[in-house]
Design a binder for this molecule. Sequence first.
Ligand code: ATP
Ligand code: ZN
Length: 297
Amino acid sequence: MKPRDRLRIAMQKSGRLTDPAQELLARCGLKFRQSRDKLFCFGEGEPVDLLLVRDDDIPGLIAEGVCDMGIVGRNVLREYQYSHPEEGVALDELRPLGFGRCRLSIALPQDEAYDSPSQLNGQRIATSYPGLLGEWLRSNGVGAKVVYLAGSVEIAPRLGTADAICDLVSSGATLVANQLRETAILVESEAVLAGRSELPTDERGEIAELLLRRLDGVIQVRDSRLILLQAPRDALAEITSLLPGLPVPTLTAVDGAPDQVVVQALCAGSVSWRQLEDMKRAGARDMLVLPVEKMLA
Ligand code: ATP
Ligand code: ZN
């Protein structure tokens, strides 16, 4: 294969992960020219190109070296690693991305009680995740039959082709609609940036590091708020103890008011009205809560 001097990232062409993945890359400063066949998107500005594919193909494309990284559900990455143990060891979860959250769970017909994995002994379990389910059954010492289905797993118990299912759940509405109940959780999933355990040693390695730094800057502050307020010096201890996440604030003197300071702090998570009102009661005023777009330490 010809060496590449541009980084190539695979992402889902059309599905739940497409929009949030595209938005995340845009926030990292990456722009793409969309090609007509929409399989390959040339990156403008940074030397990073996109490959738009089915999510299930992403781990294999990384393992084969066609792509350097990919944005894919942890469920799909782990399934590949269990079902392709040789190629799978070279792959890693580089960063969790905080969207596409769901669970891979076992679900049983609603009227069946569940108390432990051992009750699945001898049962037929339908799934699109035979690798992950097989591993869970082995580690729990359960002998069940894995029935592979590529899709519509949730109707298998009603059709009589399985006794239970192992499928992705987010709100649980699909399970309820099919008279099923979630029991054991096998994987807590979200979208991840997947890549080879070792970054490329050529120019692509440097581009990958740049991308990871930018991603960290976006992810770290995505749920953060910058809070600005003015406070009397003697109320400072109480007010800073009320700041969500207890950040270390920066203090600035106020000209002409030696008993006052301006407090600036980066809070993890949102700041509620209740918290602002508590700080106001403690003496704070002119409070501003601002979203944070980027951070480079
Ligand atoms: P493709 O055509 O790319 O194969 P797909 O039908 O396999 O698409 P989607 O349904 O778009 O894929 O799901 C993509 C990923 O979104 C899943 O692998 C999972 O990580 C995540 N996800 C989040 N919530 C859910 C859910 N309720 N059901 C299925 N996937 C979910
Ligand atoms: Zn898929």
